[in-house]
Design a protein around this ligand. Sequence first.
Ligand SMILES: NC(=O)c1ccc[n+]([C@@H]2O[C@H](COP(=O)([O-])OP(=O)(O)OC[C@H]3O[C@@H](n4cnc5c(N)ncnc54)[C@H](OP(=O)(O)O)[C@@H]3O)[C@@H](O)[C@H]2O)c1
Length: 305
Amino acid sequence: MSYVKCRNVLLVGASGNAGKNILPALLADTNFKVSVLSRANSSATFPANVNIIHVNYSDKPALVKALTDQDVVISAVGGDALLNNLDKSIIEACLQAGVKWFIPAEYGFDFNHDSASSIPINNGRLENIKILKENQSNLAHTFVSTGAFLDWGLDTGFLGFDIANRMVTLYDQGKHLVSGMILKNLGKTIVAILHQPQLTLNKRIYIADATFTQQDILALFEKYTNVKWAVKHATTEETLKNAEEAWANGNILNGYIGFILGLAYSGKGACDFEDKINNQDLGLERVSLEQAIKEAVQRNEINVH
Ligand SMILES: NC(=O)c1ccc[n+]([C@@H]2O[C@H](COP(=O)([O-])OP(=O)(O)OC[C@H]3O[C@@H](n4cnc5c(N)ncnc54)[C@H](OP(=O)(O)O)[C@@H]3O)[C@@H](O)[C@H]2O)c1
């Protein structure tokens, strides 16, 4: 498939961390007629100029109807929708509705890397990749690997840095490389992908601002906060073991987080793809790690104790 008409664009999960950064970029581009698909019982609110379709995702005919006439469907679903693999139902509905192009809710690991299959939370994504590749002559896909969301991951503490208390947990001494992008640029990334199908259709696209170690980040935080940070240590081996136990005991959230951190910081390669980055091909500028850390300090100074 060399060309996809790309006028009617539907975003699923537009109110989430990723979605609310994608939606404004789609709306700002007059080439697109944008719709949002949201849960029937969602309390999310959207700008007045968006066509909002509420649907009960377990109602398959309603889902197919909601996707009919859409050229492109972009998924940014999160939470339980990832655990239940909602994207698989959306892919099946896209195929029935005649949608031409689908971008699944990935935005993280390099799922082409062998180690991506080492954690159970990736099983659904890997199954979706297989289905999408098998059906690519009817429904094109673009897989988007972004590594860690640097701004989101630092502000929330997810990446192990506690900015307010000048504390960090270093995994494996913080020595392994991780790629990452600024989440607030995800919208520009998706728009660039839609505008360059010759580069992006039926491909995995790698987008990252920087590839770094936790130690690199720590050194920059110490520079910009002008103080030595307290360091705690963890190993990715024990993090993954604890995640497995938590997962088996039904502590899904702790298991989920542990699996992500344990794999991302392990140096196994599923989150380090500096040699494959497509930013330049798509005309996306890269933000330096130094700039990202400087901005993280500026954003969080008001929260410092
Ligand atoms: N690389 C990273 O560091 C990183 C960090 C965070 C997220 N991500 C990725 O980004 C993607 C989106 O994650 P997110 O954090 O943005 O998600 P999120 O904020 O938790 O949720 C996104 C949206 O999904 C919909 N949703 C939530 N629960 C649902 C359910 N049970 N069934 C159906 N829809 C549901 C909601 O939209 P409605 O209310 O409109 O239905 C919600 O606003 C995922 O692929 C995630 O892995 C990557």
